[in-house]
Design a protein around this ligand. Structure first.
Ligand SMILES: [Mn+2]
Length: 287
């Protein structure tokens, strides 16, 4: 099986600049896959004002439509999508759903990304991808997708700790399973991931994984756009990934997102992002 990387160089989902540069930093590691594609955002003036509820939606949608079409076209192998802010996962997840029909989802993130246009406070679209791909945020951000959305019964949030009230309501109403950062600390990363896998694969044909680097404590990985304190440590971060990568034949696609070089200190986050990507490539290549 072929292994592809699609670099999704967009930071249009967040009012903070820089996460579009993440993939360029990881070029050396990316040489190890069969082919690398790069989608870049159009030159545009970014909206950052607090009171705008659909920030950068026009250019973001254009970017995501291109990304979706690119990933859909790569149908003879497994795609690793490297972000970029987490809004790019609208396309990586939905493209995988289009190709694989009945798949579950594991969303590893300190935030839930489960806002709708009604509940968002920041207006940042990177706070909405999980809700969008589960079909509770209308079609505005997913008009290019013509299949069934992800089933919340097969969708799991792992590592959540910074969840806003409206968002929490959305999650509960949808029936998403939530494992918090505290659950990981209490029961162990491996045990929590085992539970998450069981939920994601129950009556499904595979799994998409979306890994947001901000699940890691920002003291350890400061190079992210929106920091959430009291996160997991490095060995927990690797354990989560290691456990899921044991399910090689179930994995249909995977994202690694939100590495923002602009906020990195002493290459701490670069080193972590590279080693996580390396871990993904090494495990998936030996098929
Ligand atoms: Mn996220």
């Amino acid at each position: 099986m072929k292994l592809y990387i699609v670099n999704a160089c967009s930071d249009l989902g967040v009012h903070i600049d820089g996460s579009n540069k993440g993939p360029y930093m990881l070029k050396e590691i990316e040489k190890k896959v069969d082919k690398v594609y790069t989608i870049e955002k159009e030159n545009c003036e970014k909206q950052k004002e607090k009171n705008i509820k659909e920030k950068n939606i026009k250019f973001l949608n254009k970017f995501n439509e291109d990304l979706y079409n690119k990933i859909c076209a790569l149908n003879d192998g497994l795609v690793i999508t490297v972000g970029g802010d987490h809004s790019i996962a609208i396309s990586s997840c939905l493209a995988s759903k289009k190709k694989n029909n009945n798949i579950g989802l594991i969303w590893i993130d300190s935030h839930a990304d489960y806002h709708t246009f009604d509940t968002t406070i920041s207006g940042n679209i990177h706070g909405m991808p999980f809700a969008t791909i589960c079909g509770i945020n209308g079609r505005k951000l997913s008009y290019f997708f013509d299949r069934n959305y992800f089933n919340p019964k097969n969708s799991v949030l792992v590592g959540g700790r910074d969840i806003e009230d409206g968002e929490y309501e959305n999650l509960k109403n949808s029936g998403i399973t939530i494992f918090t950062t505290n659950d990981i600390k209490k029961y162990g990363a491996t045990n929590i991931m085992k539970k998450a896998i069981n939920i994601a694969i129950k009556n499904s044909d595979g799994i998409h994984i979306s890994y947001d680097i901000d699940v890691i404590d920002p003291k350890i990985a400061p190079g992210v756009s929106v920091k959430a304190t009291n996160g997991i440590n490095l060995s927990e971060a690797k354990e989560l990934l290691n456990e899921i990568l044991k399910q090689k034949d179930k994995i249909k696609s995977i994202d690694l997102v939100e590495y923002n070089p602009d906020f990195d200190i002493d290459n701490k986050t670069y080193n972590i992002a590279s080693s996580l990507l390396q871990q993904i490539i090494d495990k998936l290549k030996n098929n």
